[in-house]
Design a protein around this ligand. Sequence first.
Ligand SMILES: Cc1cc2nc3c(=O)[nH]c(=O)nc-3n(C[C@H](O)[C@H](O)[C@H](O)COP(=O)(O)OP(=O)(O)OC[C@H]3O[C@@H](n4cnc5c(N)ncnc54)[C@H](O)[C@@H]3O)c2cc1C
Length: 380
Amino acid sequence: MDFHLSEEDLDFKQMARELAEKRIYPHALEFDEKGITPPELIKECAELGYFGFTVPEEYGGLGMSATAFMGVLEELCAACAGFGIMLSVHCSLTCEIIKLFGSDELKQKYLPAMAAGEKIGAYCITEPNAGTDIAAIATTAEDKGDHFLLNGTKTFVTNAGFADVLIVFAKTHPEEGRKGLSCFVVDKASEGIMVGAPEKKCGIKASDTREINFSDVKVPKENLLGNLKEGFKMAVVILNSGRIGVSFQAIGIAQAALNEAIKYSKERVQFGQPIANFQAIQFKIAEMATRLDAGRLLAYRASQLKDEGKPCHRESSMSKLFCSQMANFVCNEAVQIHGGYGYIKEYPVERYFRDARVTELYEGTSEAQRMVISRDLLKD
Ligand SMILES: Cc1cc2nc3c(=O)[nH]c(=O)nc-3n(C[C@H](O)[C@H](O)[C@H](O)COP(=O)(O)OP(=O)(O)OC[C@H]3O[C@@H](n4cnc5c(N)ncnc54)[C@H](O)[C@@H]3O)c2cc1C
């Protein structure tokens, strides 16, 4: 099901599938067990232009649509969801926010190196005491005349270990709640930045997740993104991109799990016949495939609305809510179809099952998506 993917988009998707099948999937269990984001694969993807997929050509990117990028992301996530989310955070959150809200000077300064994969991005909004409630963040950026002084702690930062460019949300006007939030581009090499040890996660272990502490970090005035006090607004806009990205991550994981379940059900013999002959198994596969296609349609709708510059806040939340739940359902059923073997690392559904879990948590939990959707439906 290709929705409205152009020939060019499909070529990119096919190329990504070949890369994923040959270079990523065969090592995905090793990446998972060692908890590594392999630098040589980052380099390979950079050479293919993936790090600047949606960055305009004038800043060194491929200038492709978000929808085309989603095709590539799905394929990478089907092979290794941890590797895929590294790229999604870099492109859909970090490059995207600079592209949408950065001054021309900031775009010139950061986007070419980011598009080339020479500088990797990370997105820092969550704090130990502020997750769903973004307005509660305690990190401050104090105006010191010729620079801002950044203090605070961000947690669960994807790519934190090797990122070079940090997008940091901080309060410039703490007394004004969410209206007092601003957003900055911060060089990770700046003095006063401390990066914690990698978190030991349940899944997507090939992605790097750490805490980052900012202690009297000087941020040049010109590194403010957009205007002062526009941080919350920017976070809301950019979360749409991130949520569409996570939807396609979920789709990639679910597609891989479904493929494995179909294959296994034809191979596994019980009661003298392949288990695929049993209606209980057939109905599971039918249900998994139907939910997967429904998720894909919701996700492509959201990404195409985004590409057309139309509102997609509700649609990206619907897509993220449905696709993440769908991926958890599909992976659970895939494990069930594998019986006890589905619980053993030798079979990739064990990894898909663990990787799918986080899609209901980050870029806003499922509860947060329901809040967005219902608020939009109930507003006057
Ligand atoms: C692997 C991983 C990678 C991540 N990467 C990043 C990253 O790169 N950058 C970044 O900034 N963050 C990142 N995050 C953080 C992630 O976005 C947050 O974990 C998420 O937003 C939830 O916040 P929380 O964990 O503080 O949960 P909480 O907000 O404390 O929520 C706890 C529970 O309460 C529910 N809840 C909260 N408020 C309400 C409400 N009003 N009504 C109903 N239920 C509610 C939630 O849905 C959840 O079930 C990452 C997280 C993980 C696990």
